[in-house]
Design a protein around this ligand. Structure first.
Ligand SMILES: Nc1ncnc2c1ncn2[C@@H]1O[C@H](COP(=O)(O)OP(=O)(O)O)[C@@H](O)[C@H]1O
Ligand SMILES: [Mg+2]
Length: 246
């Protein structure tokens, strides 16, 4: 099976507010897709539903061909280890050091020794261009860009096949944002990951997305490459980016 994620007729509702309406898409191995849309359109809810964090929905979600509603314990564990998640705003644990954040999964869910986990954390941080001496720092001592790299390291430590990035450049200055965009592209190439990024940043979407899915008001309104959307889309998010020279 080529599709590693399939979303079919997905509806998510909170109270009487329908947040996602009839969402359908497939993602193939090795793709880099970007789900783009204005703030509040349901992007984070979509990721959380695919990851099984939001459990109340209508429709079907398949990961590696398995309906996520019917997973046994081993399948849940396999999926968790093979999916990395970079949360919005980095979401590091303030009371844990950098290496403890990066090795969090192994520290709390496996029997690996601290020394072993620290070694793994150092190795992955180095691959992401962070100096070894950050490993004992606390999150509050890091810049926004460094925090992002640490949260990417945490997602990558188990060598996952799929990575989700939620608003990876939001809140960063343009230069840091550019550096991070390059890093995401490099990870995609070096680690052969399948990437699903959600963002309202059209520049990021254009740089990393081989395919863009535009969501507004909970619905997929357009999809295609950036060039295709540039040609055909009348959506204000795309048009206003083109107006500034995008
Ligand atoms: N747990 C929740 N309970 C109720 N409403 C929620 C919940 N999570 C998200 N929402 C609402 O769903 C909508 C989409 O949110 P979200 O997916 O976070 O948007 P974004 O596209 O900015 O990531 C928003 O109106 C938000 O208030
Ligand atoms: Mg969001």
């Amino acid at each position: 099976m080529k599709n590693i994620i399939s979303v079919k007729n997905l509806y998510v509702q909170f109270g009487n507010k329908v947040v996602l309406k009839d969402i359908n898409f497939d993602i193939e191995k090795g793709e880099s897709i970007v789900i783009i849309g204005p703030s509040g359109c349901g992007k984070t809810v979509l990721i959380k539903t695919i990851l099984g964090i939001i459990k109340s929905y209508k429709g079907e979600i398949y990961i590696w061909g398995k309906n996520i509603k019917n997973l046994n314990e081993k399948e849940t564990k396999d999926i968790k280890e093979n999916i990395g998640m970079v949360f919005q705003n980095s979401a590091l644990f303030d009371s844990l050091s950098v290496w403890e954040n990066v090795g969090f999964y192994y520290l709390y869910h496996t029997k690996k020794s601290k020394e072993e986990i620290k070694k793994m954390a150092i190795e992955i941080l180095k691959k992401l261009g962070l100096d070894e001496d950050v490993i004992d720092m606390m999150p509050e001592q890091l810049s926004g860009g460094m925090k992002k790299r640490v949260s990417i390291a945490r997602a990558l430590i188990s060598n996952p096949e799929i990575i989700f990035y939620d608003e990876p450049t939001t809140g960063l200055d343009p230069i840091t944002s550019q550096g991070l965009t390059e890093l995401i592209k490099k990870i995609h190439n070096d680690f052969n990951t399948t990437d699903i990024t959600v963002t309202h940043d059209v520049k990021l979407a254009k740089m990393i997305g081989k395919r863009l899915i535009l969501i507004d008001n909970g619905k997929i309104v357009e999809s295609g490459t950036y060039e295709e959307l540039k040609e055909k889309s009348n959506h204000p998010l795309i048009r206003s980016y083109i107006e500034i020279g995008g």
